[in-house]
Write a protein that binds this ligand. Sequence first.
Ligand SMILES: [Fe+2]
Ligand SMILES: [Fe+2]
Length: 471
Amino acid sequence: MQLYERIPNNVNLAEDKRLQRALENWLPNYLDWWREMGPEGFQEKEVYLRTAVSVHPEGWAHFDYVKMPDYRWGIFLKPAVQDAKVGFGDNTGQPAYQEVPGEFRNSLRRIIVTQGDTEPASVEQQRELGKTCPSLYDLRNLFQVNVEEGRHLWAMVYLLHRYFGRDGRDEAEGLLQRRSGDSDKPRILEAFNQPCDDWLNFFCFTTFTDRDGKFQLAALAESGFEPLARTCQFMLTEEAHHLFVGETGVGRVVKRTSQLMKETKNGTNEEARSLGAIPLDIIQKYINFWFSYSLDLFGGEISSNSADFFAAGLKGRYKEQAQYTDHAVTNETFSLSVVEDGQLKQREVPMRNALNEVLRGEYVKDCERAMTRWNKFIADEGVNEKLYLPSTRFHRHVGEFAGHTFDTRGNLITQAEFEQRRNEWLPTLEDREYVRSLMHPVTEPGQIANWIAPPASGIKGKPFEFEYVRL
Ligand SMILES: [Fe+2]
Ligand SMILES: [Fe+2]
């Protein structure tokens, strides 16, 4: 098979024999990982998937049936712009880095490995879900997300092999060795070690955790290390579909619950539950869980790393070029809340040290938009309830609020109070078991599980009834 057939790319792989050999050695290990940890039970099935075949805005994707192990995981970077410059930080205006500057080598490697680790982790978290799909349409979307996370791993591994020599090779192997939730070799970030074993978890994960991915990639898409920036710019085009899957997925669950509530005598969650709906209060708890874990992914509110990465021109702000004029950010400060002597207080910190919090703020705004759309589904059915985002202080394990306990409105409370009310706010074992009890596979084309509404339209102009996976 031709090289381009095995590894589609726009990085001139054929010209770089050393890199080609490295990636060809890595490929079988990757495939072993995919067969062991990828979607369980569907490896030989034909799935209607999109494959990235170029970076042209028109037609970068090709749609066809493919067996997942035969998916053509490729390496695509947005084309280089002429005379690219470092866009922010202490070296603003200098030529963008085409190779890894020695003094930033460790920082860059850490950024790339941390991003890279999330990609296979999510595939591992989701590997059992195919067995309980609510429809063929959803099954196909799950697999689309999975193969693209695989491609994102390829994207990061390309950078490691191409720019980091021997340590890059070792890190690329490490990415295939850690396992989500494993006590000895866990994935690096905690959200990626949480089980994602029912479809409400999956839709919340793709809404909230993939959305963290969008914002991390967007910040790295501004990077002065040009190969990283161009890699992330292209990954963002795929990521948009993952967010779509999550947001419309939760939206369809919310819509179906609201419809079933309306069908009952008193329109309550309990009655809807007796009709097989996922009650809104359980959906709310899942939101609380995944939103809070995803907030942790942005890192500490006050962070010298964020300041260093920005100063070095490695990781910018969201839409750094489009949304800001001052790219040095040396004089500004940022006011944020911290816990001091058992009380919430405001503190001013240099803006550069608050950039994790600034990015998290952009993320929260984006999540609010999803909430608004979900609440519209509820209102459209005439149901008088609302879902909400908890406070960003609620249930945090990283940063200023870790080690303290807050209610969902962000009030500081005692650990004992938190434990007393935990079951109101976070999914209980019983909630999870109930949701799991609804998860039965529906695999007839055009059919759908009772707990979720069908999508507004199909994929790539195909109807919902299309045979998206040939079982
Ligand atoms: Fe990804
Ligand atoms: Fe994703």
